[in-house]
Structure formats: structure tokens, C-alpha cells
Design a protein around this ligand. Structure first.
Ligand code: HEC
Length: 292
């Protein structure tokens, strides 16, 4: 007959699991003041005690079926403290004569299961895993080791610092050195959505401001389309203050202007114009003949 696990160990394991699961869901220890947490712990402990008492009854009944010798051996083994017994059991030799002692009380189709000693290499690996887990959990709980929040903060700081460094060392583009790049279209679309769409409409189809997808332009201060858009966003319209000088006023940086100019170039040159029949604004100004 096997020795049973003491009930305080069962309750301790239940409390640990309850703590870990609550921590996983709540992400801090505020649940320790919740009556629900302690209520659950109390009910779990009571159930464990009831379970243990039922075990006592079964143990008593089984004890009566043992021979005198077995009874003595069982009572002797019961005196050994739980952890000592656990430790010693790891070094116990298996002998064939003990087979009936290690027969587990269930079987199927005549196949019985023996509670054999686990191989030493297996046990060693198991306890190595457990101690590794413990070290990891403790360092995770009490230090910054392998903790994703401080790691994230450090990476975030390093990245913002490197971005700031890059911006500091890279002067924003001006109309003289700005260039069209398809890579900037996406970022330009964002600038357009935030600043321009209210007047120039979805996809630049026009509204309060002119249609930016067609080939007629009111303002043509530059020879190429890309530079023309850069110029207009930088300086605004000389005739109509509704189109403000986004660059000169400091609302947009040279990077933003380079991006949004790429976007306007893209919708004007690489997509079909949105005609009045499709909801676009009527052409304004004169046809443009942009240089490449
Ligand atoms: C408050 C409304 C408004 C906003 C916002 C606005 N625009 Fe304009 N935009 C206009 C008006 C009105 C004109 C026509 C100016 C004129 O008549 O000279 C114009 C003209 C232009 C032109 C020249 C078009 C032409 O035919 O000459 C470009 C290019 C342009 N805007 C781009 C932009 C971009 C890019 C943004 C966002 C950064 C933007 N606009 C934001 C109202 C606006």
C-alpha cells in the first residue's frame, strides 16, 4: 500500500496554481485583496480536506485487508516524513517480489499497470527542469532578467534615440534636393489623409481645393510635377490663402512635404484622373506640360 500525499501539500499546490492563474489573467497582484480570490482558495481548501478524509476512509478499509507483516511495514513507513520518503524513493531499488505492492488498482482487459520506479536519467532530467523553472520564475518575478516589459522599454528608448539621431543628422529635404520615390507614396498618403483630404477630397478628386488627379493646374511655378507640388505645399498659393504655406508655416516638415508630393505625383501620373463624371471636381487652370 502506498503512502499518501499529506493534505497540506495538496492545499499548497492548489494555492500556487490559483495564484499563477490569477496573475496570468490580472497581470498584477491586485487580486490578493479580492474576496473572490480568497473565497475560491477557501472553497478549494475545503474540497481538498474532504477529498483527503475520503482517502482516510479508503486507507482504513484497505489497511484491514493487509497481513500483520504488511501492517507493520506500512505503519513503519508512515513515520518517515513526507519529503524524506520522497527523496529516498528516488534511490529505492526495484525488486520483482514487490510486484503486488506496486500494482495500481486499475486494469483493463486484464492488462494491469505497475507503479514502477522511474529511470534515474528521467528523474534527473525532471528535477533539472523543475529547478530551472524555479530559477526562471523567481528571476522573472523579482528581477529584470528575461522580462519583456523592461526589454521592450529599453528597445523602445534605443529606437527613438536612433530615430532622433537620424533626424538630427539628416537635414529635411528642400525643393532643391527633394526627389520622387515610390517608397514615399504610402507615408505621403497618410500625410494627405491627415492634412489635405478635407479640401482636396478622397484620393485628391477635388472639393474646396482643386482636383489633383487631372492635368489642369492653376499654379505652375515649377517645371516638373513633383517640384510643383513641393513648391505649392511649401509656399502655399499666391492667389488664395485657403491653400496655406504648410512648409513655411512650420506645419509640415521637409520629409512630410517630400512624402505628400510623392503621393500627389502618384495619383496624378500613375493612376487614371478622377473625372467630373466619377465625382471629381471640374478642371481648373490650364493644361500642364510637365517635364519628366
Ligand atoms: C483648407 C483647404 C485646403 C487644404 C487643407 C489644402 N489645400 Fe491645397 N489647395 C486649396 C485651394 C483652395 C487651392 C487652390 C489655390 C489657388 O486657387 O491658387 C489649393 C491648391 C493646391 C495645389 C495646387 C493645385 C493647382 O491646381 O494649382 C496643390 C498641389 C495642393 N493644393 C496640395 C495640397 C496638399 C498636398 C495639401 C495637404 C498638405 C493641401 N493642398 C491642403 C485648399 C486646400
Amino acid at each position: 500500500m502506498k503512502q499518501r500525499t499529506p493534505v497540506y501539500i495538496t492545499i499548497l499546490i492548489i494555492l500556487c496554481i490559483l495564484y499563477i492563474v490569477s496573475y496570468m489573467f490580472v497581470q498584477d497582484t491586485s487580486f490578493l485583496t479580492s474576496p473572490y480570490f480568497w473565497g475560491t482558495a477557501l472553497i478549494a481548501a475545503i474540497i481538498a480536506l474532504i477529498h483527503h478524509s475520503i482517502g482516510d476512509l479508503i486507507e482504513n478499509t484497505k489497511f484491514k485487508t493487509l497481513s500483520d507483516e504488511e501492517k507493520k511495514a506500512y505503519l513503519e513507513a508512515k513515520k518517515v516524513p513526507y519529503f524524506k520518503g520522497l527523496y529516498e524513493s528516488a534511490f529505492k531499488k526495484q525488486s520483482a517480489s514487490e510486484e503486488k505492492d506496486i500494482l495500481i488498482d486499475h486494469g483493463f482487459d486484464g492488462i494491469m499497470e505497475l507503479d514502477n520506479q522511474l529511470p534515474k536519467w528521467w528523474l534527473g532530467l525532471f528535477w533539472f527542469g523543475v529547478s530551472y523553472c524555479l530559477v526562471y520564475m523567481l528571476s522573472y518575478a523579482f528581477t529584470d532578467f528575461a522580462h519583456q516589459t523592461p526589454e521592450y522599454d529599453a528597445e523602445y528608448k534605443a529606437q527613438t534615440a536612433s530615430i532622433a539621431e537620424y533626424v538630427k543628422n539628416t537635414p529635411p529635404p528642400t525643393i532643391d534636393n527633394a526627389a520622387y520615390s515610390p517608397d514615399n507614396i504610402e507615408a505621403g498618403a497618410e500625410v494627405f489623409k491627415t492634412n489635405c483630404v478635407s479640401c482636396h477630397g478622397d484620393g485628391g478628386k477635388g472639393g474646396i481645393g482643386p482636383n489633383l488627379t487631372d492635368n489642369t493646374w492653376i499654379n505652375q511655378p515649377e517645371k516638373t510635377l513633383f517640384k510643383n507640388v513641393f513648391h505649392m505645399v511649401e509656399n502655399g498659393s499666391p492667389n488664395n490663402p485657403t491653400m496655406q504655406a504648410w512648409g513655411k508655416n512650420g506645419v509640415l516638415t521637409g520629409f512630410d512635404i517630400q512624402n505628400v508630393a510623392a503621393y500627389v505625383y502618384h495619383i496624378n501620373q500613375e493612376q487614371k484622373p478622377i473625372t467630373p463624371a466619377e465625382g471629381g471636381a471640374a478642371p481648373q487652370g490650364t493644361p500642364a506640360n510637365w517635364e519628366k
